[in-house]
Design a protein around this ligand. Sequence first.
Ligand code: ADE
Length: 244
Amino acid sequence: MKIDALTLFPDMFDAVMSESMMWKAREKGLLDFRVHDIRDYAEDKHRKVDDSPYGGGGGMLLKPDVLVRAIEAVKAEGDALVILLSPQGRVLTHQLADELAQRSRLLLVCGRYEGVDERAIELAIDDEISIGDYVLTGGELAALVLIDAVVRLIPGVLGAEGAQHRDSHADGLLEGPHYTRPPDYRGLGVPAVLTSGHHAEVDRWRRQQALKRTWERRPELLAAAALSEEDRVYLEQLKAESSD
Ligand code: ADE
C-alpha cells in the first residue's frame, strides 16, 4: 500500500512513522509512506498558503490553488483516493478502516487554520473523514490515527497473523479482559477456564466476556453486531440477572 500525506507540518509524521508497527510495515515493503509539504506548492515569493475568508469572520483558509496544485502533483505519480481529514467528515470506524485497507493508494490531506476553500474540496477531494466529534488544531494527528488503524489491517503487517480480527470492534463487539503471568497478583487470580486447556471452553468464555463487556459499556453496538442464537440466550440471561 502507498500512502501520501499533504501537510504544512511534515515533521509531525516523523516519530510515529519511524517506530514500531509502522516502521516494520515500511521495512517489509508493505507500506510506502511519503509526506509532502503543501508550502512547496505555493508559487508566490512569500510561499503563501492561506488567506482570509470572503464575508469576514475569524481565521484563515487554505488557498484552493495551492492545495489543488499539491494534490494534482502527488496524483501525477499515481492515482489515489484523496481523503481530507476534517471534523465534518464521516466518522472513522473499524469497518471504514477495513475498506481503506483494501485500497492500493491513499492521499491524506491535512487541513489547518479554519479550514479549506470549498472549491478545493469540490475539485480535488474524494472523501472527508473525521476521527471523532471534537475539533483538532489540524488534520495531522487525525491522519496518523487513520494510518495506524488502516496499516495494522494490511495482511502481513502484524506478527500474530489474524489476531487483529479478534480486536475490539472487528466483529462489532468490544473485547473481553485478558490476563498474563503471574497467576496471582496482589490477591487477584486468573479465571480458571483460561488455564484449563479446554480450547472450546476458552473460546466460549471469551465470546461471553465480549458480549458482557459490550452490553455493559456500549450496548448500542449490540444492535448492529452479528449474534448467534447462543449469544442471544446469553444476553437474555445477563439482562435477567441484572434485573434480579
Ligand atoms: N481536523 C480537525 N478536527 C478533526 C477531526 N475531529 N477529525 C479529523 N480531522 C480533523
